[in-house]
Design a protein around this ligand. Structure first.
Ligand SMILES: Nc1ncnc2c1ncn2[C@@H]1O[C@H](COP(=O)(O)OP(=O)(O)OP(=O)(O)O)[C@@H](O)[C@H]1O
Length: 243
């Protein structure tokens, strides 16, 4: 695994009359961890969906290592090296933890034995190996979050998109996930972009933060710069989260 550079250039998505994302541009260098934050409904998941191919942008371009990927089908974008987790954790019901991760691994390793070997190795790294034969839906929330990350990693991405993987976790569980992601990034050079409301995790992981509000980028900088940025403080006024 190694990281790919992500570039968004003036990316726009409208849903009928609604400007969900408007001319958003930013770069995540290869091997970096950046965060995408903003209030509810700001357009963060829509940005992920454009990177991952769920939606084609109405304007602008998404590039992975300089190659335009926007508008391609999700499976081709996965082939190109984009892995993602979903905000609502939805493992394949009726399948075990191992089978869930093997489905992801089959994307690169069409032979079942090899895919299972790769899935087992990922489960071991995420501390889920002992639970590999359990049904995925029987896992606790923190374990289901880890399963989401395992499924995305099994596709051997160069860019990992994490959509609120810390939500609902206790502070100690957040610290475990932060430690895992930091180690993964340092060891493999995987590029990571995370949507996150848990500021403890953003501060600990992200070299840079992009802030969106009402579909537009309003600020970009290090976590320290962002936490002092007046426009950011203004949009978070009245929000539960504190920067
Ligand atoms: N498929 C869709 N059809 C119509 N409107 C949509 C669709 N997807 C998102 N939207 C709207 O686009 C806007 C941005 O939504 P989005 O889910 O990207 O925000 P978000 O920043 O991820 O919010 P949250 O933090 O609550 O997940 C919202 O107003 C949302 O209602």
């Amino acid at each position: 695994m190694s990281g790919a550079r992500l570039d968004l250039g003036g990316v726009t998505k409208h849903f009928r009359g609604l400007r969900a994302v408007h001319e958003v541009s930013f770069t995540v260098p290869a091997g970096a961890i950046h965060a995408l934050i903003g209030p509810n409904g700001a357009g963060k998941t829509t940005i992920f969906n454009m990177i991952a191919g769920v939606y084609a942008p109405n304007g602008g371009v998404v590039r992975l290592d300089g190659k335009a990927i926007s508008g391609l089908r999700p499976d081709l974008i996965c082939d190109a090296g984009v892995g993602r987790t979903f905000q609502l954790v939805k493992p394949f019901k009726g399948l075990s933890v191992l089978e869930n991760v093997t489905v992801g691994a089959l994307h690169r390793k069409p032979r079942l034995a090899e895919a299972q070997e790769s899935a087992n190795a990922i489960l071991a790294r995420l501390g889920l190996y002992d639970r590999r034969h359990q049904l995925a839906e029987s896992l606790t929330l923190p374990d289901r979050k880890r399963l989401e990350v395992a499924r995305a990693l099994a596709t051997e991405p160069k860019l990992l998109l994490l959509d609120e993987v810390m939500a609902g976790l206790r502070p100690t569980e957040v610290d475990v996930m932060v430690g895992f992601l930091r180690e993964l990034n340092q060891r493999s050079g995987l590029t990571i972009l995370l949507i996150e409301h848990v500021m403890r995790a953003v501060m600990a992981l992200a070299a840079e933060v992009v802030v969106v509000s009402y579909g537009e980028k309003i600020a970009e900088g290090t976590p320290q710069e962002i936490s002092r940025h007046q426009a950011v403080l203004d949009v978070y006024l009245g929000e539960q989260e504190e920067l």
